[in-house]
Design a protein around this ligand. Sequence first.
Ligand SMILES: Nc1nc2c(c(=O)[nH]1)N[C@@H](CN(C=O)c1ccc(C(=O)N[C@@H](CCC(=O)O)C(=O)O)cc1)CN2
Ligand SMILES: NCC(=O)N[C@@H]1O[C@H](COP(=O)([O-])[O-])[C@@H](O)[C@H]1O
Length: 215
Amino acid sequence: MAPTRLVVLISGGGSNLQAIIDACESGEINAQIAAVISNKADAYGLERAKQAGIATQVLSHKDFDSREAYDTQLMSIIDSFIPNLVVLAGFMRILTPNLVQKYIGKMLNIHPSLLPKYQGLNTHQRAIDANDDVHGVSVHFVTEELDGGPVILQAKVPVLKDDTADTLAKRVHEQEHIIYPLVVKWFSEHRLTMEADYAVLDETKLPAHGAQYPQ
Ligand SMILES: Nc1nc2c(c(=O)[nH]1)N[C@@H](CN(C=O)c1ccc(C(=O)N[C@@H](CCC(=O)O)C(=O)O)cc1)CN2
Ligand SMILES: NCC(=O)N[C@@H]1O[C@H](COP(=O)([O-])[O-])[C@@H](O)[C@H]1O
């Protein structure tokens, strides 16, 4: 089967991008990253992509007068790489309805909370402030509703009494790097749709660390 063509959108360090790069390079995922696009020129994820020989492009939102104008240009760039799947990996811009609808069912996001809890930003601190004893991460389809799309896979981590947002984020990151490549692999093998019967996904492949299907 031809490898799934990925376009990955980032804004920062790119550790999730790196996990997907590694999984593609090892053959774990039958996919290739056609391009990495960042809205921040100083995103270290761009360096990770360059070191892996992956095409990169920077599209700064500051160069556009509106979200719609930015997304129109972003769509044009994404389309030029003819992706089967668009992967948001720490991409920190809210996408407009036109762009979301164009890629509906073939755009994924990773969000650092157990959705539907804590949509939006600053999720780790919010979990600590709420005295939660469990936190985690969700991989979901992107829809117009911010962080409201169908959840595909989640992973849980404990919140420790002395946790800071940084120590909790580090624990969550470890799980992100397991479940995101796994979901991309499932997409590449099963051509996941938003109406997917999650039973199609082989539960035995779930990492032992407590990943769970949405209830
Ligand atoms: N239409 C959608 N767009 C995006 C989704 C989505 O589900 N639907 N997921 C987000 C990712 N995300 C959380 O997982 C997220 C990203 C950015 C923001 C946000 O408030 N961004 C601000 C700018 C913040 C900054 O620059 O630091 C903004 O866009 O004004 C919230 C949640 C990606 N997009
Ligand atoms: N709302 C989106 C969001 O907060 N996403 C989060 O950004 C980080 C990106 O890290 P990375 O750049 O090292 O992959 C990840 O923790 C991801 O869950």
